[in-house]
Design a protein around this ligand. Structure first.
Ligand SMILES: Nc1ncnc2c1ncn2[C@@H]1O[C@H](COP(=O)(O)OP(=O)(O)OP(=O)(O)O)[C@@H](O)[C@H]1O
Ligand SMILES: [Mg+2]
Length: 148
């Protein structure tokens, strides 16, 4: 686990602490650790219980996919500050087989595993911003942002 703390100067007056943490995902235990860390970041940002649950649920689905389909990887958690707006950005990365058809993978009910095929689409709906990059044979990166 890597934790970085950056001090950001805002309008030349205020110093705000911006945090970033990277967690290795190699087992189901790590998926739990990701959930806990995301919850902690969300609380620190000041997310209410509903927003906390939304981002934790999305993170859980994406961490699961990283483990199950990507063969493991990393989750990077970053607090964001844009003007007065605060947010949480999560980046899930793996060097797995990649996704052949991203549009299809996003459709509810599509799965190549034994799941319900709801994870990716669900995570997209729970996030304010959603981005997926995947190259067959190279890996997958999914980034979500939720603003407060
Ligand atoms: N990181 C990844 N690497 C490779 N393929 C992936 C990755 N994430 C998702 N996929 C592909 O996209 C499909 C859809 O993912 P999604 O999370 O929506 O459903 P699922 O994991 O199959 O089921 P559920 O999440 O509902 O348990 C997966 O079945 C898999 O084929
Ligand atoms: Mg899934």
């Amino acid at each position: 686990m890597k934790l970085q703390i950056k001090l950001v100067r805002l309008n030349g007056v205020l110093w705000t602490m911006q945090k970033s943490e990277t967690i290795l995902i190699q087992s189901s235990t790590d998926v739990v650790l990701v959930r806990q860390a995301v919850r902690q970041f969300a609380v620190e940002i000041g997310f209410g219980l509903v927003d906390q649950t939304k981002i934790v649920t999305a993170a859980s689905e994406l961490a699961r996919n990283t483990l199950d389909y990507g063969g493991g990887g990393t989750a990077k958690l970053e607090t964001l500050l844009e003007g007065r707006r605060r947010g949480l950005r999560l980046t899930f990365e793996d060097q797995g087989p990649g996704i052949l058809d991203i549009e299809l993978a996003l459709k509810d009910g599509f799965t190549t595993g034994s799941g319900l095929g709801m994870g990716l689409g669900g995570a997209k709906r729970l996030a304010s911003e959603f981005e997926i990059q995947s190259v067959v044979g190279e890996g997958t990166r999914v980034t979500i942002v939720r603003w407060k």
